[in-house]
Write a new protein. Structure first.
Length: 291
């Protein structure tokens, strides 16, 4: 991968080392006119070699879809044993609440080492929602031969187009100890505005998904694409199937409703400076995701 960053210095044009793709006359020699038809001459460059060389530039390199992390930026303050017991009033004989003892699990599962160093450590997969815009026709009655115009209609609502995260099952289940009571909390509180995520009464969070790409040897991976989902609330947790069959790896999907989202590229990162740093022998730290 030594050539991946070679052409990053010209990120706006994404050119390889063979010249500008928009320059006329670079792909074929002058044509020969035969019966008023231009027949291309011998190509000045190899189309195959040019294609392979462009793959060495940052913007044209094929990424790995397995290189990503997700950061759940806030957890609700009210995601506590006391709150859930009040919302789901199962009482002991002395009148005290029982069950939903999630405080210790919350402390263990939502701490910095498990959520922020390399993102949520329990993450097993993610499904980014699509964007769909339906189209219709501006109907003309008895249009005969007239072409009926197209019109744009409805964009898919986020309520039916969720962000879905898949979480790995572990001994202290992140899905059942955090996500399940969070769904119950959201059901009681609703999706109304109760303050920005991270404030005391809010039940929402912001989620960031970063997709990484390979860079240069001994250089930390750089996010090639960053997704931000705002005001997210989990909607469901999957069924649990227990049996005496052979053991199987467990992971559960959790869809999230959100208010809006954005996606950003990485072209604001000073990649030429990184290359210069390499030349000076100052090697940045290696990412845990470096391959």
């Amino acid at each position: 991968m030594s050539g991946i960053l070679n052409a990053v210095g010209n990120a706006t044009t994404a050119l390889a080392t063979l010249g500008g793709i928009n320059q006329p006359g670079t792909l074929a020699a002058p044509s020969t006119i035969v019966s008023n038809v231009a027949i291309p001459g011998v190509p000045l460059i190899s189309f195959r070699d040019y294609f392979l060389t462009t793959l060495e530039s940052w913007v044209a390199t094929i990424p790995l879809r397995t290189q990503f992390i997700a950061i759940i930026e806030q957890f609700p303050y009210t995601l506590t044993t006391e709150t859930i017991q009040n919302l789901e009033p199962v009482k002991a004989y002395d009148g005290s609440g029982i069950g939903w003892n999630i405080d210790n699990a919350r402390t263990a599962l939502t701490n910095y080492p498990l959520q922020n160093v390399v993102g949520c450590i329990f993450l097993d997969g993610a499904e980014i929602p699509n964007e769909t815009l339906t189209a219709g026709t501006a109907t003309i009655d008895n249009n005969r031969g007239f072409v009926q115009g197209g019109i744009l209609e409805n964009r898919d609502a986020f309520a039916s187009n969720n962000l879905t995260l898949r979480f790995r099952e572990t001994n202290t289940s992140f899905t059942d100890m955090i996500m399940r009571p969070w769904v119950i909390l959201a059901a009681h509180k609703g999706f109304v505005y109760r303050g920005a995520p991270g404030t005391k009464e809010s039940i929402k969070c912001n989620i960031t998904i970063m997709q990484y790409s390979r860079t240069y040897q001994n250089v930390s991976q750089i996010p090639r694409k960053v997704w931000h989902f705002y005001d997210c609330v989990p909607l469901s947790v999957g069924n649990r199937s227990l049996s005496y069959d052979a053991e199987a790896y467990e992971a559960y999907d959790v869809p999230f409703l959100y208010n809006y989202y954005t996606v950003s590229d990485n072209l604001y990162i000073p990649l030429p400076d990184i290359i210069k740093t390499l030349g000076n022998g100052n090697i940045p730290r290696i990412s845990p995701f470096q391959r």
